[in-house]
Structures are given as C-alpha cells and as structure tokens.
Design a protein around this ligand. Structure first.
Ligand SMILES: [Zn+2]
Ligand SMILES: [Zn+2]
Length: 149
C-alpha cells in the first residue's frame, strides 16, 4: 500500500502515540506525492516553496520519526545520504550509479526468494529487498550523446 490517506495517518499516529503536528501533516502529505525516494534535502527544497518557515531540522526529525514507526521506509544507505521510500509494498530497487536515481521494480519472482536457515547464521530475517546496481536509461542516453560528440 502507498502511504495511507490523511485520516488514516492521523489515526495511526494516535494509535502509536505520536503527536500530529501541522508540520508532520504537511510532510506526510508531501511524501504521498513522491515516487523518487527523496532525501531530506530534496523534501526540504520542495516544501520550502510552499511553507517557507519549515526548517531542515524539522524535516530530518520528522523523517526519522516516520521511519521509526514504519510510516515510511528508509532506503538502505545506498549513497552518502539517507533516502526515503513511501512505497510500503514489497518491491525492489534499481539504483543508478551515476545520477543516484532509485527506481522501484515490482517483480514477484524476487518477492518469493527464500534463504535457507543454513545461510542465515542465526539471523532472523524480517524482510528482504533486492538491489540492482547499474546505469539508468537516461544516463545511458547521455553517455551515447557524449560519445557521439
Ligand atoms: Zn541515471
Ligand atoms: Zn522504493
């Protein structure tokens, strides 16, 4: 499921004991429109246009809180900056080495991967997500244009 709607969000916050502030609501609503796994900075730059008083620190803290309560997912530290994912459905990631874009991929065969106990070293697996490393189509195009110059 994508992040639930505002009403559901408010209900969830109440049930897990986090206060619904105006700023949290703004950030939540903004996140619903995002599919690019934005960083805190990305979110800040966009939200600031509409809500100039919001601070980067508020955004950082809110994202950490949301992630702690599984309202969003923090994408594994792929680059140097934490990126956030509002897509809570099982999916996998295609990560561009050049532009750092993270593209969602829904591929049921990957969802079904099971690791045998022999290979988990006593680790209790809660979730898995496959990451493909490579170059996105746009960056490939740019590289082709460059090599033709
Ligand atoms: Zn790219
Ligand atoms: Zn994702």
């Amino acid at each position: 499921m994508r992040l639930c709607e505002t009403d559901k969000f408010i209900a969830t916050c109440k049930s897990i004991g986090i206060t619904v502030t105006y700023q949290r609501l703004i950030i939540f609503e903004f996140l619903q429109t995002q599919v690019n796994h934005p960083s805190a900075e990305d979110i800040y730059k966009q939200i600031r246009k509409i809500h100039p008083t919001i601070s980067l620190a508020t955004i950082y803290n809110t994202l950490v809180t949301f992630a702690e309560h599984n309202l969003i997912n923090r994408v594994t530290q792929l680059h140097d900056v934490a990126r956030y994912d509002t897509n809570l459905k099982m999916h996998h990631h295609l990560v561009c080495r050049q532009c750092k874009k993270i593209i969602d991929s829904h591929y049921p065969a990957l969802d079904r991967i099971k690791i045998s106990r022999r290979h988990t070293h006593g680790f209790k697996v809660m979730r898995h997500q496959v990451q493909f490393d490579g170059v996105c189509s746009e960056c490939q195009k740019k590289a082709r244009i460059k090599s033709n110059e």
